[in-house]
Design a binder for this molecule. Structure first.
Ligand code: URA
Length: 437
């Protein structure tokens, strides 16, 4: 008879599990016979000892089959899904899904909540009044059939075992593990039925993979898992040392996504959406080459078509699409405080630590410390520049959205500590680091 305590001890000592062990684990999570404390202990052992490729693919397979799996083949030959491995300021989905739909690729997007210090799309979407992220399987499919796209949170129906593990990892310090991330991401992608999977593997200190080597390894593992199951998988490794874009928070990030769809967003967010989108369009044979794909995507952002698609998506999921033009309809912190650099002269931002910015936001309630915590959607930070930006004498480096002066005073030092400055010009780092497909 398999016992959880034996699995914990085996993994703690670096032994390999069998497929039956992994099945026992997932079944036990699903029928609640494995308590959170034992699962947490096993997760921590995996963080230290890792999982073999075989264990990772069994875990992925078991998690993806822990609920229902969707068959989207009747919708189109290729149905897309996109996933980021987690970062700070990553609001890409809100731009990318309508953009891909505008280009004729149906999108069946399954998203998650915040994990560790990173933000989650489902939490961000909750800043849009009425937006329902908890679609049933039938609603999810019906909406893709009707308007060609849907964004749903993990339900009890789709890869529920990952849902339970994910929530526990978030609060037990067991996020940064290549096999746990690979199996978590891919189990959701496999269950949700898309066959064109676009992965954005984040790399840098504000991501779970802090080096290019680790990020490429994670990208390769996910591409392999997908390939074995006959999916088209493209993984792009992108910089996550500093936040993506300028906004960090929930409402703040929705606003920045809408601005990007209006052609006024920050350059790096636009570049990321264009890069991921162009590779996908070429794979899906919607464009002959990357240059043509980029031009198509740029047109959709500049002529308002992608923005219209975004409004359609919000309305279809019960949200108030007026938010796109009236940002005041979303929860906003009571005050906006300017944060200044300590220098009395012009300086360049030489480093910007996304994780510290995220921790500052979490201190204001933008993230969870316990599974049941409610998050504050209105607080956040808007950076005035990124690495390579010149900050003139007397100019702020960020705007902090806080509910009170005390709250701002509690976090200002933390947020300022994310910045390093130099007196000489600093180069802007590259966003796109590698592509694995
Ligand atoms: N995104 C996921 O879905 N799972 C992880 O473990 C990390 C990022």
């Amino acid at each position: 008879m398999i016992r959880m305590i034996d699995l914990i001890l085996a993994k703690r000592h670096g032994k390999e599990h069998s497929q039956d062990d992994i099945k026992f684990l997932i079944d036990g999570i699903m029928d609640n016979t494995i308590p959170d404390y034992q699962l947490s202990s096993w997760l921590m052992s995996v963080c230290w000892q890792g999982l073999s490729n075989k264990e990772t693919s069994w875990l992925t397979d078991s998690m993806s089959k822990s609920g229902e799996t969707l068959d989207l083949s009747e919708i189109a030959d290729l149905v897309g899904d996109k996933h980021s491995t987690g970062g700070v300021g990553d609001k890409t989905t809100l731009v990318f899904v309508p953009l891909m739909q505008a280009a004729g690729i149906p999108m069946a997007k399954l998203s998650g909540r915040g994990l560790g210090h990173t933000g989650g799309t489902i939490d961000k979407l909750e800043a849009i009044p009425g937006f329902n992220t908890q679609l049933t399987k039938e609603e999810f499919i019906a909406q893709i059939k009707k308007i060609g796209m849907a964004i749903a949170g993990q339900t009890k129906e789709l890869a529920p075992a990952d849902g339970k593990i994910y929530a526990l990892r978030d609060v037990t310090g067991t996020v940064e593990s290549i096999p746990l991330i690979a199996s978590s991401v891919m189990s959701k992608k496999l269950a949700a039925g898309a066959n064109l999977i676009i992965l954005d593997v984040k790399c840098g200190k504000a991501a779970f993979m802090d080096t290019l080597d680790k990020a490429e390894n994670l990208a390769r593992q996910m591409v392999e898992i997908g390939k074995a199951l006959k999916k088209v998988v493209i993984a792009t490794v992108t910089d996550m040392e500093q936040p993506l874009g300028l906004a960090v928070g929930h409402t703040t990030e929705c606003i920045e996504a809408f601005e990007t769809l209006k052609g006024r967003g920050p350059e790096d967010l636009r570049e990321l959406c264009m890069e991921l989108g162009a590779v996908a369009l070429v794979k899906a044979k919607k464009a002959e080459n990357k240059e043509k794909a980029m031009r198509m995507l740029s047109d959709f952002m500049n002529n308002g078509i992608a923005l219209e698609k975004c409004k359609e998506l919000i309305s279809a999921q019960g949200g108030n699409a007026k938010v796109v033009d009236d940002y005041g309809l979303m929860p906003q912190a009571k005050h906006k405080f300017a944060l200044y650099s300590p220098y009395q002269k012009a300086v360049w931002i030489s480093h910007l630590d996304g994780k510290t910015i995220a921790e500052g936001c979490k201190m204001m309630g933008a993230g969870r410390s316990k599974k049941e915590d409610k998050i504050n959607l209105g607080v956040g930070v808007i950076l005035k520049g990124k690495i390579g930006t010149k900050i003139e004498k007397g100019e702020p480096v960020a705007e902090v959205w806080a509910d009170s002066r005390e709250q701002f005073e509690r976090v200002q030092e933390k947020i300022l500590s994310a910045f390093s400055f130099e007196e000489n010009e600093v180069e802007t780092p590259n966003l796109i680091k590698a592509t694995v497909s």
